[in-house]
Design a protein around this ligand. Structure first.
Ligand SMILES: Nc1ncnc2c1ncn2[C@@H]1O[C@H](COP(=O)(O)OP(=O)(O)O)[C@@H](O)[C@H]1O
Ligand SMILES: [Mg+2]
Length: 309
């Protein structure tokens, strides 16, 4: 299965959540790979804590390099990093028994955004097909907004060779008016995912059914974490939450198109990283954050979550 993660804004929590989904997928025994298609800022190596890939890989010459070089046709295949083997984090290097492979395909160091060509889309489709053969889950972290990365992904997935492959789209947003509006815009408005997908030959209804929203860094306005706030603040939060629920419903970002949500976690506010079970045991991360990642991962594979309402 191919899963594309995107957002209208930067800083939504898209990459960190996607990396944690990849991690949870691998822990559950599924072979998983993560592609850094955030071409303007290829920093996935930071979250996976892989020193040689913090801002893409250096690779040069006729055979080495990141996704940028592969897509431009400079190398026959992009570099792959085994996360279990190359993370500097000891708890990641001890690959748990029964886990699946976890592979990062990083971008190129100093790589930047580039335009769309049919050659790039063709190479992209070839790569997706190869990865689909090998991995249970291929997660592609796209540049934010109406990016060339999403054009390339939409064109590639519309090619006949990928016609039978399940492809799903997750749009990430924070729980604010600006983010809800922007997420709906990226999905449904002119120049957005559905519109561009249709231009490249996707069947509009099928594409719509394969798209869901994910709310990130959520504070439960009715939960214990707001108990310490002033009563006026608590009341204001509830009002905001109600207004947001109404806005989301109106914009098509409501309950029926939502795959799930991730609570605000103090650890993730301070650092982009995979949350291990050890982080929960030592209480530096909240168990409900991991629960949310596990649930999102399960739902990606759960056909019921993808049935139309
Ligand atoms: N659930 C969360 N709670 C708190 N902070 C989060 C959460 N998810 C992500 N963050 C933080 O928000 C920032 C932006 O996240 P990132 O994944 O880089 O966003 P994007 O890929 O959308 O630009 C990062 O510092 C990240 O650690
Ligand atoms: Mg990102």
């Amino acid at each position: 299965m191919l899963v594309f993660v995107t957002s209208h804004k930067g800083g939504t929590g898209r990459s960190v959540t996607a990396a944690n989904i990849a991690y949870r997928s691998a822990l559950s025994g599924k072979s998983t790979c993560y592609l850094d298609y955030d071409f303007g800022s290829p920093t996935a190596g930071i979250t996976f804590q892989i020193p040689q890939a913090v801002n893409g890989v250096e690779g040069s010459g006729p055979s080495r390099g990141g996704l940028h070089r592969y897509l431009r046709g400079e190398i026959p295949s992009p570099e792959r990093l085994d996360v279990w083997g190359s993370s500097e984090r000891a708890s990641l290097r001890q690959r748990p028994v029964g886990s699946g492979s976890l592979v990062l395909l990083p971008g190129q160091r100093n790589g930047s955004e580039f335009g769309f060509t049919s050659d790039i889309a063709r190479r992209c489709a070839e790569l997706f097909l190869r990865l689909e053969e090998e991995f249970d889950l291929t997660l592609v972290d796209l540049s934010a907004g109406r990016s060339y990365a999403s054009h390339i992904a939409l064109a590639a997935t519309a090619t006949p060779s990928l016609g039978k492959v399940t492809a799903r789209w997750l749009v990430f947003h924070r729980w604010t008016p600006q983010h809800v509006t922007a997420a709906a815009d990226l999905a449904f408005e002119a120049g957005g995912i559905l519109a561009i997908g249709e231009e490249y030959g996707h069947e509009p209804e099928r594409l719509r059914e394969s798209l869901r929203f994910v709310r990130t860094a959520l504070i439960d306005a009715r939960g214990p974490e707001v108990g310490h706030l002033d009563l006026a603040q608590q009341a204001f939060l509830l009002k905001c939450d109600d207004e947001l629920l109404e806005l989301a419903r109106r914009k098509g970002v409501g309950r029926t198109t939502q795959l799930g949500s991730v609570p605000l976690d103090p650890l993730l506010q301070w650092r982009e990283q995979l949350i291990s079970d050890h982080d929960v045991q030592t209480k530096i991360a909240n168990v409900r954050t991991v629960d949310a990642f596990v649930e999102l991962t399960a739902k990606l594979f759960d056909e019921i979550a993808w049935e139309t309402a």
